[in-house]
Design a protein around this ligand. Structure first.
Ligand code: HEM
Length: 319
């Protein structure tokens, strides 16, 4: 996404993972402001949409007054509202085509997104004025339900895209590209492996050494690392790991520190820092899923809407 730039994270991380991965790790570009979808550049669109809504409502009021049988979708004004609603929905759907063709010289991506949001919102009153607030038979009702799901998912997605990037900036000081999360995770795991192997000689116990006197601290660290910390640094995080919770994790590391001699504490602190970073990546993954996940509802349902809309038009014209 455009909100981020590649950079080396600030601070003195003992994790040499960043030496190899600094090109993959990135932080928010802007120190204070995180770009949001709705900003003041939407003002003109908002004002024009409100004016258009007022004009449409006025026309609908006049149309109700002059129609003795009340508003009907098949009347001339009803059809005009229907054609307008369909055109606005088709325009909304064209956003997908615009995104697939970034080289089109037909307006900027931001212009299309603004148009998408405001004109598709305007399609709601146009649709209601077309139907006269009645939804007819099963096809009409189905169409309205699908339409409502598209609108609601669009508004929910907009709110997510408006607030999640801010939340990510506040809660996650360091951020990685979604696609690079597995690589960054592997780098963290290798860094922690090195720290543990550095004080234990090897990650895996030598059977002779295992029972020997004087090797108890290595056994404790290795056992903790292999049973608790390393699985947490795997790509799939084990459910119920105590390291998922920052307070619990702090407690676990404090307990481990007490059981080990001083010369091992630097390695323990380094592993704890890697675990903290992994926890941040997990939170980030969850937020990223929210950021993109809503489109899984919005896009297929909007395709269904366009298909049902065409069916509605064909049945209305031919039957
Ligand atoms: C007739 C109604 C609508 C249709 C047919 C429609 C269709 C679509 C489609 C096909 C996309 C995917 C574009 C892509 O990523 O390829 C999309 C994205 C989106 N829609 Fe809608 N939509 C409608 C209404 C709305 C409404 C009411 C809102 C919010 C008020 C909204 C907000 C969004 C947003 C924020 C995106 C994501 C754009 C991005 O991430 O670049 N949509 N819509």
């Amino acid at each position: 996404m455009a909100f981020f730039r590649f950079s080396r994270p600030a601070g003195n991380s003992p994790c040499s993972v960043y030496d190899g991965l600094c090109c993959l790790v990135y932080t928010p570009v802007l120190s204070d402001a995180v770009p949001v979808i709705i900003d003041k550049t939407h003002r003109t669109w908002a004002i024009l949409s409100i004016v258009a809504l007022a004009v449409l409502a006025g026309l609908y009021g006049w149309y109700c007054m002059v129609s003795p049988d009340g508003p009907r979708g098949g009347s001339l004004p009803g059809l005009a509202f229907g054609i307008l609603a369909a055109a606005l929905m088709v325009f909304a759907g064209l956003l997908a085509a615009r995104k697939k063709m970034p080289r089109w010289r037909l307006g900027t991506a931001s212009w299309w997104l603004k148009g998408h949001i405001w004109l598709s919102l305007l399609s709601l009153p146009a649709t209601l004025f077309h139907t006269g607030f009645r939804f007819g038979g099963p096809l009409g009702q189905g169409l309205m339900w699908v339409y409502l799901v598209v609108m609601v998912s669009g508004v929910v997605g907009l709110l997510i895209q408006q607030y999640v990037p801010r939340l990510m900036k506040v809660t996650l000081p360091e951020q990685a590209i979604f696609e690079q999360l597995p690589v960054v995770t592997r780098g963290l795991r290798e860094t922690a492996d090195d720290h543990v192997a550095g004080v234990c000689g090897s990650l895996f116990a030598d059977p002779e050494e295992e029972g020997a006197e004087g090797f108890e601290p290595q056994r404790i660290l290795r056992s903790f690392y292999l049973k608790t910390a390393r699985p947490f640094l795997a790509e799939a995080v084990p459910e119920g790991s105590p390291l998922l919770n920052p307070t619990q994790s702090q407690g676990v590391f404090a307990q481990l520190g007490e059981a080990l001699p001083e010369q091992m504490l630097t390695a323990v602190q380094a592993v704890e820092q890697v675990v903290d970073e992994r926890r941040q990546l997990i939170s980030q993954l969850k937020l990223q899923r929210w950021l993109h996940g809503w489109l899984v509802v919005h896009v297929p349902i909007s395709i269904a809407l366009l298909v049902l809309g065409v069916t509605h038009i064909v049945t209305a014209v031919y039957f």
